[in-house]
Design a protein around this ligand. Structure first.
Ligand code: IMP
Length: 420
């Protein structure tokens, strides 16, 4: 028996290297599957307190992408995909847009800010601050700040519709086909341990029945990544990480884990062995608390990160808003928590029975407000991190270096020695 060592996000820091450009010019565009490239490399997790249509729409408008969960019947999930596809791809709904030539004739409404356009280009925004709610003003400010960078663009398909992913079980090819028909751009397998002979062979068969991209996971070892890449034809991405999720109890109840950072390094090794690194994206899933972890995952080899925790507290998430002791929170739960499993069995009782073991917990996260707040923090934070890593774009960040810090060092790099 041998014991190996794992590296987690908190074990390492990014080694600062000569930045080729100012952080504000760092481009975050990246592939999330073989065929889809987006401007902000972040996916929202397929979880029933996170990604339904509202979050998926807003994620894509802000340059990321959402993966709609599967804890419902396949027709409900297909309807959600269709709603995303039918949504307006930009933020025009927030404004009254008016062409400058029509200004005199118009009957101005002031419940929304006014964008004055000359052709199709916004030339100015007038915000009647006395009428709009402070929350809406803040949201509009943040949206405009992001869009004005010129680096954040809505994630679109070839027809100019918002991009969207959908979660599937590898055993449910009927659902996969229904989701493809509904317009999903890519499918993401949603299973805690895809490295299982039956699951891999089922996915191999499913992959032959659909033509859209498939992201396969979750796995965490080099062997698992190699097995996926050699048994599932045309796999278009790897969803990587086992048990780092904030709501995950797998590491405790099952005693099994590959922390996300180590899992990414393992997947990179497998892809490099097959000459596929950089062609099949690694999506680092679980344990992302902010831009720091996301940047570490990217330096280790990820093309994008996936998170539930970051988004569960937003207005657009499908979680419930609750007030406790005068403070606002939103509910967040693992997909293998008791509550989520109960809903799954009710919604999809004809599918293959899933595990009976609870490997997730349920809890509350602080209420965050609109998604754009979180996406701004992630976007500007990632630009800064990649600057430190010595990169002007994601692919360059893969040449970055991570350094291991001692437990004392990890303590020192957190704010310390303040009274409050
Ligand atoms: P978080 O963003 O750190 O909360 O991690 C979210 C990720 O945890 C998801 O994308 C899934 O990969 C994983 N996950 C979701 N539900 C469960 C669960 O019940 N148990 C273990 N892992 C889960």
């Amino acid at each position: 028996m041998r014991i190996i060592e794992y590296i987690t996000f908190d074990d390492v820091v990014i080694v600062p290297r000569k930045a080729p450009v100012d952080p504000q010019y760092v481009v975050l565009e990246s592939n999330i599957t073989r065929n889809h490239r987006i401007s902000v490399p972040i996916l929202s997790s397929p979880m029933d307190t996170v990604t339904e249509q509202d979050l998926a729409i807003e994620m894509s408008r802000l340059g990321g992408v959402g993966v709609v969960h599967r804890n419902m019947s396949k027709s409900e999930q297909a309807d959600m995909i269709r709603s995303v596809k039918n949504a307006s791809p930009d933020f025009k709904y927030l404004f009254n847009t008016i062409n400058i030539n029509e200004l005199d004739k118009s009957n101005l409404r002031s419940d929304k800010p006014l964008i004055i356009t000359s052709d199709d280009t916004p030339t100015g925004v007038y915000v009647p601050t006395n009428i709009l709610s402070p929350a809406l003003i803040e949201k509009i400010d943040l949206v405009l700040r992001l869009l004005r960078t010129g680096l954040v663009k809505p994630s679109l398909d070839n027809n100019g519709k918002l991009l969207v992913g959908a979660a599937i079980s590898p055993f449910d090819s009927k659902r996969a086909e229904a989701l493809e028909k509904a317009g999903a751009d890519f499918l993401v397998t949603d299973i805690a341990h895809l490295h299982n002979i039956e699951a891999l062979s089922a996915l191999g068969k499913l992959a032959k029945k659909v033509s859209i991209d498939i992201v396969a996971g979750n796995v965490g070892t080099r062997e698992a990544a190699l097995d996926i890449l050699t048994t599932v034809e045309n796999v278009s991405g790897l969803r990587i990480g086992i048990s780092s999720g904030s709501i995950c109890s797998t590491g405790v109840v099952a005693g099994a884990s590959v922390p996300t950072l180590t899992a990414v390094m393992n997947a990179r090794e497998a892809l490099e062995e097959l000459g596929l690194f950089g062609r099949i994206p690694i999506i680092a899933d679980g344990g992302i608390r902010g831009p720091g972890e996301a940047a570490k995952a990217i330096v280790a080899g990820a093309s994008a990160v996936m998170s539930g925790r970051l988004f569960a507290g937003t207005d657009e998430a499908s979680s419930l808003l609750v007030r406790v002791g005068g403070k606002l929170y939103k509910t967040y739960r693992g997909m293998a928590s008791a509550g989520a499993m109960k809903r799954r069995h009710a919604a999809d009782r004809y599918s293959r029975p899933s595990k009976q073991l609870e490997e997730g917990v349920e809890g509350l996260v602080p209420y965050e407000g609109p998604l754009v707040k979180v996406m701004s923090r992630m976007f500007f934070g990632l630009q800064a991190s990649l600057g430190y890593a010595g990169a002007s774009r994601i692919e360059e960040a893969w040449n970055g270096i991570l350094a291991r810090v001692s437990p004392l060092g990890a303590k020192e790099i957190n704010p310390h020695d303040l009274v409050k």
